[in-house]
Design a protein around this ligand. Structure first.
Ligand code: ATP
Ligand code: MG
Length: 660
């Protein structure tokens, strides 16, 4: 423990009861968790398999496992449960799903599946907004851990009753499909834990010590999960920072930090005040900004690092100009100061803001990596293979059946599917079983009947093999035998595009291969994969990181650019309209505190929105920064623009020349 300061040491050593470490950014909260895991195992306080650490993303979980692995033996590190709430929930349901009414091989519905289901349930032909609204209502109720019956009991107004009724129908469908959605991965385990004393005791005995990172962003259901798992003993360490709560829109309840004190009167609270990440100037900027929010817990952060470079505030003409400056500066710093590309991050409020940046980075041949989103899993061909895996593992999954039967096309059109659905419904069986039934098939025309027969035959054969072969083999077999690959070849005229799509499928198969050691079959792995976002798959190389402010939580970089610091971008227009500035300010605070050495805050006078030029004012948050720590440059008014533009253009030319 020699590398830790006294309050950190105290936090690591304390195991007598519930502990909350409440501290600002970069003060070593995450470090406390990793050190504590090592300490608990070294001191034999708990066995590695009795310890569970819960992080906010799968990527954070992987990093934590690696860090722990350096401190203790590899086998011990692998025995520790390091996971996200959702992965833990999935693991729980794979073991104890029966208690929640699930059968083996259950599917996880993604957003598209969910919306398809809701569209079916809403009256008439609902538009996108209506479907989205219904989906978020259902999600809200689930994040509060409400079961459909409870939601119905609580509903007062007619509208609430309608929503609760929709929720009940939606859940009934999911149950019929032997499927869960993401929110169920928390809600169902919690329901079982709270209602079934035997299961609860078993899990409490299994996971004896809990550590939770980023506790300020837990929602109601997740908070109750911590309570249910740790029980009366309350053997946990929660770490968090109310100033970094940025997920209220997803149901996070920063009040949970206070709730802990009420639920556990013996809660010990430790505060950390030394920041080990940022230069003094960057830290002063962060402190000054966040001081404008109302505060329940006063925290002061100080740093022993030197003053560092002034924080740069850049006024740019438009977002292309902004992107040019960012790219040029990265090129300059990387060369002049020998900073690896991976030590640069460009952060933005919305993912669409990455486009001009990508263009400029490509122009200067600067390697970059975009974090976040689920772009990989959203690719058509990847979704097709996953749908096949779902049908193979779970014959009840109608949504997966409907996707798989069209991948590739087997001349089974909408009319035939509708007929099949009617027969399936009448017989109370899922679509995939109805398709297997030859007497049902004869009621259809010859071609669709033949298509369904062929489909059923391939699925049955793959299902049979999936009982003995490794998951990766099944994935490769699906890619070949389903006809997905052959169809891609026929459909994709452009050879390069075909190769790229084929690579996506290879990547998918490789992921299953890398998971060989885990015992779950292809269906179980497909479920795990559904939880991974792009950020979680593989580690990017020496590349500049582009990501949203939200995905930057918990990370650190030597140089950080926050682009789009404009009124209407950051703070976001919706938050200006709704008066929810405090959360936007926390987001800005999270962004600032990612930087170790250099921080750039850029805004544009004009941006293109929906194809139109819009004039924007600098973000009001820029006015909250201490002037003495800033270096403001080039307020580009129109009359100055030529000179500044010329300078930037010359700089850019000089860099481009290096590559010729
Ligand atoms: P955030 O709120 O952004 O999640 P955090 O409080 O979790 O930040 P860490 O990421 O754990 O902070 O630590 C920030 C940096 O400070 C890391 O690089 C970490 O290694 C370093 N650090 C933390 N504690 C110490 C210490 N006692 N001595 C030296 N370095 C430390
Ligand atoms: Mg952290």
């Amino acid at each position: 423990m020699s590398g830790l300061n006294p309050p950190q040491q105290a936090a690591v050593a304390y195991v007598d009861g519930p502990l909350l470490v409440l501290a600002g950014a970069g003060s070593g909260k995450t470090k406390v968790i990793t050190e504590k895991i090592a300490h608990l195992i070294h001191g034999r306080t708990f066995g590695p398999e009795q310890i569970a650490a819960i992080t906010f993303t799968n990527k954070a979980a992987r990093e934590m496992r690696e860090r722990v692995g350096k401190r203790i033996s590899r086998t011990a590190a692998e025995a520790v449960t390091v996971t996200t709430f959702h992965s833990l929930g999935l693991q729980f349901l794979q073991q104890d799903g029966k208690t929640a009414g699930l059968r083996r091989g259950f599917s996880i519905f993604d957003t598209d599946d969910q919306q398809g289901l809701i569209r079916d349930l809403l009256p008439g032909t609902p538009d996108k907004d209506a479907v989205f609204a219904a989906q978020s209502w259902i999600s809200k109720m689930k994040n509060l851990a409400l079961a459909p019956e409870q939601a119905q009991e609580l509903a007062k107004s007619l509208r609430e009753q309608q929503i609760a009724e929709l929720y009940a129908k939606y859940q009934a469908r999911l149950t019929a499909f032997n499927a869960v959605d993401f929110d169920d991965l928390i809600r169902l385990p919690l329901q079982v834990l709270e209602q079934d004393a035997e299961v609860r005791r078993r899990w409490q005995d299994k996971l004896r010590y809990l550590l939770v990172d980023e506790c300020q962003d837990t929602n109601g259901a997740q908070y109750r999960m911590i309570k249910a798992l740790s029980g009366e003993r309350g053997l946990f360490t929660c770490v968090g920072d109310d100033d970094q709560s940025i997920y209220a829109w997803r149901g996070a309840q920063p009040e949970n930090l206070d709730e802990l004190g009420r639920d556990y009167p013996n809660l010990k609270v430790i505060k950390l005040e030394q920041n080990y990440r940022c230069s003094a100037r960057i830290l002063r900027c962060a402190n000054a900004v966040i001081a404008n929010n109302p505060h329940a817990h006063l925290k002061k952060l100080w740093s022993r690092h030197g003053e560092g470079a002034p924080v740069r505030v850049w006024s740019c003409k438009n977002n292309e100009h902004e992107a040019q400056r960012v790219a040029a500066e990265i090129q300059f710093l990387a060369q002049a100061h020998d900073i690896p590309y991976a030590e640069f991050a460009i952060l933005f409020r919305g993912n669409h803001q990455s486009r001009p940046l990508e263009k400029e980075l490509q122009l200067l041949k600067i390697p970059y990596h975009i974090t976040g989103g689920t772009a990989f899993l959203d690719r058509g061909e990847v979704k097709d293979v996953l749908a096949w895996l779902r049908v193979i593992a779970n014959p009840d999954d109608d949504a997966a059946f409907l996707r798989a039967i069209g991948a590739p096309k087997r001349e089974v059109g909408a009319t035939s599917l509708e007929k099949l659905a009617q027969m399936a419904h009448g017989a109370h069986i899922p679509l995939s079983l109805a398709a297997q039934n030859s007497s049902f098939r004869t009621a259809l025309s010859a071609r669709p009947a033949a298509g369904l027969a062929e489909f059923s035959r391939i699925v049955a054969s793959l299902r049979e093999r999936s009982k003995r072969l490794p998951a990766a083999d099944i994935v490769r077999a699906v890619i070949e035998e389903s006809g997905i690959l052959a169809q891609l070849r026929v459909e994709t005229k452009n050879e390069a595009l075909f190769l790229r799509r084929k690579e996506n499928l290879d990547e998918l198969a490789q992921w299953f291969e890398s998971e060989r050691r885990t015992a779950s079959g292809a269906g179980g792995l497909a479920a795990q994969l559904a939880l991974l976002s792009n950020a979680d798959r593989g580690e990017p190389g020496n590349q500049v990181r582009l990501m949203s402010l939200h995905s930057a939580k918990g990370l650190e970089f030597r140089t950080v650019f926050i682009v789009g610091c404009e009124q209407g971008s950051l703070p976001h227009q919706a938050s200006l309209d709704e008066g929810t500035l405090a959360e936007e300010r926390r987001l800005f605070y999270v962004g600032i505190t990612r930087a170790k050495e250099r921080l750039y805050l850029a805004h544009s006078a004009q941006i293109k929105r929906w194809g139109e030029q819009v004039n924007l004012l600098p973000s009001q948050f820029l006015d909250e920064l201490p002037e003495a720590d800033l270096h403001r440059d080039g307020v580009v008014r129109d009359d100055q623009s030529e000179e500044t533009q010329a300078r930037v253009a010359a700089h850019r030319q000089a860099i481009l020349a290096l590559f010729d």
